[in-house]
Write a protein that binds this ligand. Sequence first.
Ligand SMILES: Cc1cc2nc3c(=O)[nH]c(=O)nc-3n(C[C@H](O)[C@H](O)[C@H](O)COP(=O)(O)OP(=O)(O)OC[C@H]3O[C@@H](n4cnc5c(N)ncnc54)[C@H](O)[C@@H]3O)c2cc1C
Length: 434
Amino acid sequence: MTKPRVVIVGAGFAGYHAAKTLSRLARDRAEIVVLNSTDYFLYLPLLPEVAAGVVEPTRISVPLTGTLDGVRVVVGEADHVDLRNRWVGFTQPEGDRGRIAYDRLVLCVGSVNKLLPIPGVTEYAHGFRGLPEAVYLHDHVIRQIELAEQAEDPAEQRSRSTFVVVGAGYTGTEVAAHGQLFTDRLVAQRPHLKIRPRWMLLDVAPRPLPELDERMSETADRVLRRRGVDVRMGTSVAEATPDGVMLTDGEYVPTCSLVWCVGVRPDPFVAELGLRTEKGRLVTDEYLNVPGFPEVYACGDAAAVPDLTRPGQICTMTAQHAQRQGRLVAHNIAASYGQGRRKPYKHHDLGWVVDLGGKDAAANPLKLSLSGLPAKAVTRGYHLLAMPGNRARVGADWVLDAALPRSATQLGLVPAHAVPLESSSPEVPVRVRA
Ligand SMILES: Cc1cc2nc3c(=O)[nH]c(=O)nc-3n(C[C@H](O)[C@H](O)[C@H](O)COP(=O)(O)OP(=O)(O)OC[C@H]3O[C@@H](n4cnc5c(N)ncnc54)[C@H](O)[C@@H]3O)c2cc1C
């Protein structure tokens, strides 16, 4: 008798941990297949460190094959779900079509860059949601400093050494904090360049890290300002042009670098499924089940999972929720095959860690507010524990970065047109039949 098949679409925080847990619980009862657009799990929280050259890109890309025992990995972009006949269609990396039937389906395709209707932003800004964008930003920053050094015109030097980051959530705050240190190091190696690069961090919110505890905001604000980052709260971009940005307070800032970190929205794949959504996320019950389809589950950023700790609200888009929901969905699927009992999702926030580069961080593990070296130790320890692989390599990069000068060269592997702001991956039309 053939085993029933569980297909997990997306191998990020939710999908990876769902597959890993399911393999432990039900490998003998079901065939487990992961369908993911890349052959690796991406540890997104260390992306700012990749952009700043602290950590190599391959360190935060944990291979799926070899770390997910007993799981079949299929690399492809899902673009068709037939909910009635229970199969998923996908496109392979070289364009071939494939389809895979399921007995249980878990949808965890994550999120993409959020767009706001601001003139010029889609044309001139770059997002920060995937590895290509981090590698692109790393090269772009080095290129701007190199071109500033070559420029005769002081105005061009100033514009090339000005970097504007929009969105002071954890991503934008970390990008600006690491960015200022990175460019200071680049300039220190260039005695001819007599200008200090300027990083600006903008947000309409009144404080950096607006979604986190106020004490974390105070730490981040203090560190950023001490480091020379121009923190402008209550301010955003009104228009982007090829040569600069017009701010909402009327100031024009000449720049060649606009980094868009205003947040994320669910992957458009979800909206096309024809299932009920909330804020663009797939509605589930507290067991992570999609109503009306007992064999379909969803979790992570793509799912609107009720937050039982905050009645009436849905879980926020965090790695913490995604990872725990991934583990729970595995338990609930195992329960659907008769192993154990299904449980509702309920998770209390365990705190946050924000790496600010150098010796600085802000953290509040279990509501204990930390800054400076204790926060840095907690932040790095947390990342090492949370990564499903490559820990020694990441640790080695941190040690090398502390001990040696950071080598900074443009590899030119990711051209600007390969990282459009619309999405971190090419748009794929989605067709669904229910
Ligand atoms: C720069 C950055 C820093 C962050 N830092 C933190 C942090 O410090 N702490 C925190 O809690 N959260 C952080 N987050 C948020 C956190 O990373 C997300 O909430 C989390 O990744 C959501 O997990 P997920 O599994 O839903 O999606 P993801 O981890 O994004 O995984 C989605 C997966 O689905 C795949 N996929 C997408 N579409 C398809 C398709 N059509 N077919 C097949 N596969 C597909 C993708 O390739 C990916 O592997 C950060 C996010 C970013 C961008």
